[in-house]
Design a protein around this ligand. Sequence first.
Ligand code: COA
Length: 625
Amino acid sequence: MLAFIAKNMGKPVCCVKPVSLMKLPGRYLAHQKTLPHLPIPPLQQTLDKYMLALKPLVSQEEWSHTNQLVEEFQTSGVGERLQKGLERRAKKTENWLSDWWLQTAYLEYRLPVTVHSSPGVVLPKQDFEDRQGQLRFAAKLIEGVLDFKSMIDNETLPVENLGGKPLCMNQYYQILSSCRIPGPKRDSVVNYSQAKKPPTHITVVHNFQFFELDVYHSDGTPLTADHIFNQLEKIWGTSLQTNKEPIGILTTNHRNSWAKAYNNLIRDKTNKESVRSIQKSIFTVCLDAPMPRVSDDHYKSRVAAQMLHGGGSRLNSGNRWFDKTLQFIVAEDGSCGLVYEHAPAEGPPIVALLDHVVEYTKKPDLVRSPMIPLPMPKKLRFNITPEIKNDIEKAKQNLNIMVHDLDIKVFVFNAFGKNFPKSQKLSPDAFIQVALQLAYYRMYGRACSTYESASLRMFRLGRTDTIRSASVHSLEFVQGMEDSGKKNQEKVDLLRKAVQAHRAYTDMAITGKAIDRHLLGLKLQAIEDLVSIPEIFMDTSYAIAMHFNLSTSQVPAKTDCVMCFGPVVPDGYGICYNPMEEHINFAVSAFNSCADTNAARMAHYLENTLLDLKQLIHHAPKSKL
Ligand code: COA
């Protein structure tokens, strides 16, 4: 699993203990060089698996038609030619996929990063309800991130393992001092961490006003939490009024509109310097106003929305720069979490950093740092022309529509955690995925194309591939489960088969043998070779297979938190979960504009389904499992 555990060292790295101060220069690159290259699966294997993956999703007629197209793809030699092209690419690059994936999945994606791409994390409510508490916690959190950063800088970050294999650690080097920049057709990402003079400041936002806060002394030592607290108080004291022009809202817009507005914004020298300061900063801390009060039942869902979009132009959305890779959010009422821009990294490294920081914030301050005079943090100024004002107004309108459209439900499934499936010798992740298939089937009476992220970090610069959770076996199980004529034991057998098939797909995916990225590679190779796009990619079945009504991910953490993200299609769900030992945290999202989806309803079905599965197993003879 991907939780931040250095299994080779035998103990977790939840760092209350001090991090290594010893630099290990070159350790990171030396490790990276030992990692294998991402393989290209055999063509025939991918095509066979593709046809199998389509079975639960398309009609027999569509399947037969696609089968013909696949045969033509092979017999015409087109497939082999593209495969050879991919193999040549693999020889020339460190990872044949990673740059293509970065471009197509993220930088060329034109919908707003807010809700549509950037995940949020909901932390447990912190124990404060006022400004003092908010600033103390934020100061400690900043100190904790700097502590983690020292492990990155010193190259002492323990190498993670998955299934006994060491993982690529590159993403850790991409998440600090980096930022996305909008472009007219495609965005880019800048990373200042390897600059000659790496940045020494973070950005703090309060009342929609941005500040540059230096977090290192001139001798290179980081500020302590006491010092940071004083600096945050100064920031707070000079930003008592909400800024009339929430400049950060511009970053919530459609990427093409934002790219236009961006060029307009940075034409002014002061604006350009302010934007550059945000982009360069190590990370951002958003000191939010309290959220509107809601019942305990809705609290976590409300925080999730706050993390994903900030609550709208009248609430905290202006307190963000959504292009910034990492933004920690600390509100006056104790609600906390983060939002991150997805292009540089997946959830697990972000959550590993968060686990470290959360542990760090619990550490008592044994000595108070002597007070020393520190310069006033610099306010980042913006000159707002009528044109920029107009861009902000348009962005506000679009954002508020998006805010109303997001339907999100965060809940804790308390009946059991990963211990239960483990006790039954079942993979917890596969068990949850099969439960999701059943919940969806009970709601819609059919299977749907389902995406689960699988890590490719066993390979150098690896990102993700797709585990296709809707399989022939999962469909047989959900149909069997709903068949009143079937005996419990038969249902349990079908469940076990479906769980095992899912786990087998997972093993295939994490070892680079899944089909989705390979098919994408073949398609992009055709585009690069300037040949016509093969029919198999223009086919209805392909469109159905790529329309992920369920977009899911497991992001395990030690902290009792949950990651959340929006659906990837207008009529779909985004489902993320953190399986703890005795409970599971879930975040389910949908869009209100789709009459057929409802996050709370899906959550309800999922809860009942998980309970039913436990019941089912308990009523079956033990020996069978
Ligand atoms: N019997 C008993 N225990 C079992 C078992 C079985 N049959 N199968 C698995 N387990 C145990 C595992 O040993 C593991 O134990 P641990 O908690 O002591 O480590 C635990 O159950 C969890 O295993 P499992 O549920 O199978 O999942 P996993 O941890 O291997 O994770 C993925 C599966 C797909 C989530 C993981 O491989 C992955 O790729 N994660 C990346 C996800 C990602 O990048 N998301 C980013 C989105 S932004």
